[in-house]
Design a protein around this ligand. Structure first.
Ligand SMILES: NC(=O)c1ccc[n+]([C@@H]2O[C@H](COP(=O)([O-])OP(=O)(O)OC[C@H]3O[C@@H](n4cnc5c(N)ncnc54)[C@H](OP(=O)(O)O)[C@@H]3O)[C@@H](O)[C@H]2O)c1
Length: 240
């Protein structure tokens, strides 16, 4: 049984609470905008691990607070990649424990592997142009999604004609176009399309609810307990 602090008690925080409780863990602290003053070192020390799903503006500060309190932290907040790199480097020194994933869904991580393999085949022919479409609920703050960026990085790794991504309607020959669509309550859909003049190949992952993300985050919390350093879904799922 783990004692868990939930930082960000919104849509994901509530799902994490539900999954963690079902798996026999205890929630000892929940933080949202209404009780920010409770996010103290003393309170964090009551927990074995913190799980953070807040906003791009607040994730850096929250993860750092966990480092300062010596508490392992699992973070899934997207849209703060520049500052994230700094904290990954800090954790890699081995004194803190940090698990980050732009997408905690097991299915999406399988999708990442399939996309990489598809790209290695596409690279042999050179006649296909890649395109990514992501669809999320209208409350999502960042665009494109962290998951779409992860997919673009995989494509750019494998496809020698591309070296990054661009958010549509902007276009550039060397950048993989990402279309970000916001509609209804969609939990997260990602589509990779490889287009040629004669055909197209489409890969698609569609989350049916947020539960898969919460399940992965709780699994990550169980995984990092007792470990030091930086970890991601490759360490947890060992899909290679
Ligand atoms: N990695 C993944 O698998 C994954 C999956 C889904 C979502 N996400 C990401 O997770 C993040 C949260 O998503 P969500 O759907 O849960 O959003 P949400 O429903 O808006 O919840 C965010 C929560 O964070 C709270 N919050 C805001 N500032 C805070 C602070 N400084 N300290 C502590 N809590 C604070 C908000 O409090 P109030 O309610 O009081 O404003 C709210 O409860 C987003 O970046 C989203 O893209 C990642």
């Amino acid at each position: 049984m783990l004692k868990i602090a939930i930082i960000g008690y919104g849509k994901m925080g509530h799902q994490v609470e539900s999954v963690a409780t079902e798996r026999g863990h205890k929630i000892v602290l929940t933080i949202d905008n209404n009780n920010l003053n409770d996010l103290t070192t003393e309170n964090l020390k009551m927990a074995d691990v913190a799980i953070e799903f807040t906003s791009p503006e607040t994730a850096y500060k929250n993860v750092k607070k966990c480092f300062e309190a010596g508490i392992p932290v699992v973070c899934g907040t997207t849209g703060w990649n520049n500052q994230l790199e700094e904290l990954i480097k800090v954790a890699q020194k081995g004194e803190n424990t940090f698990f980050y994933a732009s997408n905690f869904s097991i299915g999406v991580n399988i999708f990442f592997k399939i996309t990489r393999y598809a790209s290695t085949l596409i690279e042999r022919f050179g006649s296909y142009s890649p395109e990514i479409t992501e669809i999320h609920h209208t409350q999502k703050i960042d665009a494109p999604s962290g998951t779409a960026i992860s997919i673009a990085n995989i494509l750019a790794d494998e496809l020698s004609n591309y070296n990054g991504w661009t958010l549509k309607p902007e276009t550039s020959d060397e950048k993989i176009p990402i279309e970000a669509i916001r509609e209804g309550t969609v939990p997260g859909t990602h589509i990779v399309n490889f287009n040629s003049e004669i055909d197209s190949i489409t890969l698609k992952h569609e989350a049916k609810s947020r539960r898969g993300f919460a399940f992965g985050a709780v699994m990550a919390a169980e995984f990092i307990h007792g470990r030091k350093g930086f970890f991601n879904m490759d360490d947890l799922l060992k899909l290679d």
